[in-house]
Design a protein around this ligand. Structure first.
Ligand code: DC
Length: 217
């Protein structure tokens, strides 16, 4: 069984996917974390983000693994390091490079083979796992998503400004939806889950009701 969860930044995909994976005993794969890990390495190595070839060759010498929700970059745990505002700002550039996407998609498909997975990202239902048993498109308004991201960062003691976060979310949405390769897009057969004004548990229950066949699609 494969479950695909797509949607824009800050919609609550990963929080919900993690809970669902525990409840259903599936492997959770956060594909955004893979693009983030490569972005982190590019920042650390001072790679010029305007130079696509450098980003592509960086991937050739990079090992990215996700083991039980821990993200490893060349064997080092980078789970929290990939969530800094600097990575947020640059990751859409890395994720828009066709050669990088091709490699990541291959890797993601291999991870989903022979095991039950719940995978979240932007192109899971459309490109990575087009035959997924369930596809959900989890979304929320820009303001709601910015509020959540603001809280997440301030909880981690980052000094951030709400208006700045809102602008960044909006910019990232544009980059993710307008890029040429695998843009963020709802799959034709995806179920839309709007998370505005809903608690995490409510969203989890809503998705579970579809998986258990209790809700009408
Ligand atoms: O879900 P996230 O915010 O951690 O994703 C980080 C970035 O990676 C986001 O800007 C879009 C990109 N991404 C993507 O293009 N395709 C995916 N399957 C997952 C993430």
């Amino acid at each position: 069984m494969n479950i695909a969860i797509d949607g824009p930044a800050g919609a609550g995909k990963s929080t919900v996917a993690k809970i669902l994976a525990k409840k259903l005993n599936y492997n959770y794969i956060d594909t955004g974390a893979m693009y983030r890990a490569l972005t982190l390495k590019a920042i650390q190595e001072g790679v010029d983000f305007n130079n696509t070839n450098s980003l592509v060759s960086l991937l050739e010498t990079t090992k990215i693994e996700i083991i039980h929700e821990t993200v490893f970059l060349d064997g080092k745990d980078v789970t929290s390091e990939i969530r800094t505002p600097e990575v947020d700002q640059k990751v859409s550039i890395t994720a828009a490079v066709p050669e990088i996407r091709k490699e990541m998609v291959n890797l993601q498909r291999r991870m989903a083979k022979n095991t039950n997975v719940i995978m979240d990202g932007r192109d899971i239902g459309t490109v990575v796992l087009p035959d997924a048993n369930f596809k959900f498109f989890v979304t929320a308004s820009e303001e709601e998503r910015a509020k959540r991201r603001f809280k997440e960062l301030t909880d981690k003691n980052y000094e951030v400004d709400y208006e700045y976060i809102l602008k960044e979310i909006s910019k990232r949405d544009k980059l993710d939806t307008k890029r040429k390769v695998s843009p963020l897009k709802q799959a034709d057969d995806a179920i839309i889950i709007n998370t505005n004004n809903k608690t995490i548990e409510e969203v989890v229950q809503e998705i579970l009701s579809y998986i258990k066949g209790e809700a009408i699609m």
